[in-house]
Design a protein around this ligand. Structure first.
Ligand code: HXC
Length: 258
């Protein structure tokens, strides 16, 4: 498929999605969301891509949902827009390969929500995070009230959402919102490096681990461990496990085929 508002490229086993509306700081409108939906379908099916890096062109990651598009929406249109974004973000969250967000600039509102739906966030020192929606007279609408408290705890999430404060990369790291802070303009490179490290591992193991964490976190510990036991056992149904363990015994690097 042809994309107008984002680009899809590949570096080895890493698929790279770059949202490309830099004049509007990559604000998410319906067209961008539909392209994101389509690109995720494409990447999910592509066996050549093991890991995905998501980034934004220019000085922002994503400065939010498109305020111009939302300004005159009726409640019904607003609900549909929120549901569209939430559906796409869920697809991103549960896609069968890890997704790393490389955030070099603003990740605000829907942009922060987009980053939170990724598995891992790498931030450049100048990155800024926040949920400024209350300043526009709205709540977050792409899952921010749900994912932010699950990541940083309810107290800090409520403070961030009620006040609309914008926090820097170091503070985002301190509260556990981002995995890693790297020097300015190096978040993309750092994300690619981490993606390649993940791509060198057994991919069925990586996918099963992602599924176990995502599914287990929403259940009680016994249910979660049962999910893990099942996914662990499934690893023994493919050649990666034999190769990984044989390579260890033979003191060589594993050569995974899946
Ligand atoms: C539409 C946006 C935009 C947005 C920026 N732009 N953010 N357009 N929607 N969310 C546009 C500006 O209008 C401007 O267009 C251009 O991008 C550059 O932005 P500036 O404001 O001139 O840049 P700067 O002075 O550097 O300020 C950067 C900024 C500011 C601090 C990030 O742009 C800003 O506050 N943006 C809005 C952030 C926000 O409130 N996000 C939450 C949105 S609500 P022109 O044409 O003038 O050059 C949301 C809800 C999600 O996300 C859930 C929905 C269901």
């Amino acid at each position: 498929m042809e994309f107008k508002n984002l680009s899809l490229t590949q570096d080895g086993r890493v698929g790279i999605i770059a949202i490309n509306r830099p004049k509007a700081l990559n604000a998410l409108n319906t067209k961008v969301l539909l392209e994101l939906d389509a690109v995720l379908d494409e990447l999910e099916k592509n066996p050549e891509v093991y890991v995905i890096v998501l980034t934004g062109e220019g000085k922002a990651f994503v400065a939010g949902a498109d305020i111009e598009e939302m300004k005159d929406m009726t409640p019904d249109e607003a609900r549909k827009f929120a549901e569209l974004g939430s559906r796409v973000f869920k697809k991103l969250e549960i896609i069968n390969k890890p997704v790393i967000a490389a955030v070099n600039g603003y990740a605000l509102g829907g942009g922060c929500e987009l980053a939170m739906a990724c598995d891992i966030i790498i931030a450049g020192e100048q990155a800024k995070f926040g949920q400024p929606e209350t300043g526009l007279g709205i709540t977050p609408g792409f899952g921010g009230t749900q994912r932010l408290p699950r990541i940083v705890g309810t107290k800090r999430a409520k403070e961030i959402i009620f006040t609309g404060e914008i926090i820097g990369a170091e503070e985002a790291y301190r509260i556990g919102l981002v995995n890693k802070v790297v020097p300015p303009n190096t978040s993309f490179q750092a994300a690619i490096e981490m993606a390649k490290k993940i791509a060198s591992k057994g991919q069925i193991a990586v996918r099963n681990a992602k599924a176990a964490i995502n599914r287990g976190i929403e259940t009680d510990i016994d249910g979660g461990v049962a999910i893990e036991n099942q996914l662990f056992a499934l690893c023994f149904a493919n050649t990666d496990q034999k190769e990984g363990m044989t390579a260890f015994i033979e003191k060589r690097k594993a050569d995974f085929k899946n």
